[in-house]
Ligand binder design. Sequence first.
Ligand SMILES: [Zn+2]
Length: 641
Amino acid sequence: MGTGSVTTAGRAMAATFGLGLLGAGAAGLLFGLGETAWLRWGGFSLGLRDVGTILLAHTALGVVVGAPFGLGAALLRGLTWRRPDTRAWRFVRRLIAAGPALATLLVLGGLLVNIRWLPKRLDPMSLAVDGTLVAGALAIGLLWAARPWGRRGDRRLLVAAALGVVAVTAGLFVQRSADGGFGDEAPRASAPLGAPNLVIVLLDTLRADHLGAYGYARPTSPRIDELASRGHLFERAYSSSNWTRPALASLHTSTHPLRHQVVDLDRGVPRSLPLLAEHLQRHGYATGMVSVGANFEPADGYARGVDYFYITRPSAAVTRTTLFQNFVLRDFPATRPWLIDPAPTAEWTRPENITEQALTFVRSVKAEQPLFLFLHYMGPHDPYDPPPPYDGIFGDRGSDPGLTRPPDDLWAGPDWLSPADRQQMIDQYDEEIVWHDEYVGKLLDSLRGLGRLDDAVVVITSDHGEGFGEHGMWAHNVALFEEVVHIPLILWTTQATASPRRHPHPASLLDIAPTLVEMAGLPPVPSFDGQSLVPRLYGGGNGRERVVFQQNPLNGESGLRSPDWAYFQEERFGQRREWLYRAEDVRQEANLAREDGDVVASLDEQLRHQQAFDRERRHEAEHVTIDAAREEQLRALGYVE
Ligand SMILES: [Zn+2]
């Protein structure tokens, strides 16, 4: 063997390696295209820069995965260097050359299926896109390798197959781009002169009667109470449901659950329903969402109209699903529409982290632009485990790890815990409120320091309350008793409003969006079913006739609150139960459903009328894929077993 022959063999090996990396990069790029199409399908608003980042990251991923295969191919090329130039050997050499690309396709495809398969709920769309890519590219690779046997027709077949793959992917991609295009699709007007900053602070699972401002004897909420004393407090504010997902959709679309249909974990907010943030962004607001995720994420349809979206993932879950969703998304700069933090600074639900992320958004907005911030604190949702120094503020047992969770059977009855243990559990819940109240205070102080409260509206509210066995039920997700649906609704504003500042009549979570739109001086949104509370703020109406509704279709539960009554029912497994209480019976001790037949009949008619209204105008919810990371999050919050 001469030196020349060795050099040529070396060159061929280097060429095979280079070609292998190129092919692997191309395979990665194909996956980038697939993921982009999938994200578009999922409702993410992608700018051209986002698309660029996704494609680049996936190409790099392909090269990294393909490199060892490239080395292997180069080695094989060297070993087969002296083989004769028969058809069979030509096929083998072509297969070797295509090997790194094909292997990369299979590895990435396998990882993808693994990621999407883990949740046990396959997303047909993402599999269709990526399956088409893998199958098409594999077919092309094999056809190419088999060309030594081929006739002329093969070349056309090859081109047709390639075009087919590109066309299918592009078609899927374009289909979802149709409703907006890329990036800042909606034309932005500049905000009205003097448009105030709008801030909604939602504390998950916070029942109204555990706040000082709502008459609680314990000092759980000094900062919120202080805000309430200088703002407006709605004494009888109610959620639209008894759990997070439908309630949040109601807040952001100002519609009832039967209308928005976000009634289960795999339902996302319908594209056909306008969102509060969308309306505000279109009228010149900078919009930011900060949430721990789980029930409020871009993939749930809330990306529309959002400039900055922050959610956290428990880091253990992230490591399992980093490749496609998090590998790419985590590297997004904060100025882009969404940011998934795989390594929250502390435990993922902590208010320290959420507050800091909200301020990051606020600092990123130009001083002259008004902003809308929606901040979703997870506390005092279970687990009720306040950290030091908050544990033991109200009891002398510290934080009891055995009493951080409600029972699996939410109807476990009033005697599920001994009175002492029940009180201990409530102590821990209350200590969580103290902890979060402190961070609400820090948030407000920082907003003031940044000049964002000079002209502002701040709303403090919750998505539902929490039961501690009062009526035999625990936690939330079931029943429409006062402890589960009575939420705080406090509105503080720099705008000059009228007294009195405590409003006794019913108000709904649905009212927040239309109220803020009106206070911003923007045109109303026709699909918003809530009522603006602005007349009440200015003394032009008191809500004396107002009736507000609650629905949880999953449990066949529906109810209402009128100025005089609380009425609700459950129709499940062919059984019907009813509850009727006077409004002043806030502990709901005397169920009058059997005695006051006339009242029941009249309220039942109102209830049915509202349900018919909502059903007739229902929108179809989007299907949402719950990936492994999200499933773990939901489990941590007790939403899945
Ligand atoms: Zn909740």
